[in-house]
Write a protein of this length. Structure first.
Length: 145
């Protein structure tokens, strides 16, 4: 079932509330700390897209540099549908860093995304222009289900 326009707006609003939250590996406390996996997890849980009792597997800060296992994609698979068309607000984009898809972001209005990134924390970025982060990286787009 596709997300409604209202649910998409709720997710984007909730994601915006995390802006300026500092980066902290494995943290998920708004205004205190979050990484690129926990920030979207908390937004989607708050909006009722993910079950409140969902807990992701443990992961090291550099797992994507040393392993080809697509842990991030496997973890989100039950909750998303991969898309081939343009990202919509509230869609989830995962970028390849290192050897695996390992960096997640929530679409605000494509190409603007919200994500948590070292050392900046949760911020807005232009996925088509942010050379420090996104240009040239393979990405996959998902719609939460």
């Amino acid at each position: 079932m596709a997300l409604t326009t209202e649910k998409r707006a709720e997710i984007v609003r909730a994601a915006r509330e995390w802006l300026r939250t500092p980066y902290h590996h494995c943290a998920r406390i708004k205004g205190v700390g979050a990484d690129c996996a926990m920030f979207p997890l908390m937004v989607y849980q708050e909006c009722g897209v993910l079950p409140a009792d969902f807990h992701p597997p443990e992961y090291s800060m550099q797992w994507h540099l040393h392993r080809s296992d697509e842990m991030y994609l496997k973890t989100i698979a039950p909750f998303v549908r991969e898309k081939s068309d343009a990202p919509l607000p509230a869609d989830f984009v995962v970028f390849q860093f290192g050897r695996a898809f390992s960096h997640g972001a929530i679409v605000v209005e494509w190409p603007i995304v919200i994500h948590s990134y070292i050392p900046h924390g949760v911020l807005l970025s232009d996925a088509l222009r942010d050379g420090e982060l996104l240009i040239g990286r393979e990405m996959k787009v998902f719609e939460p289900v």
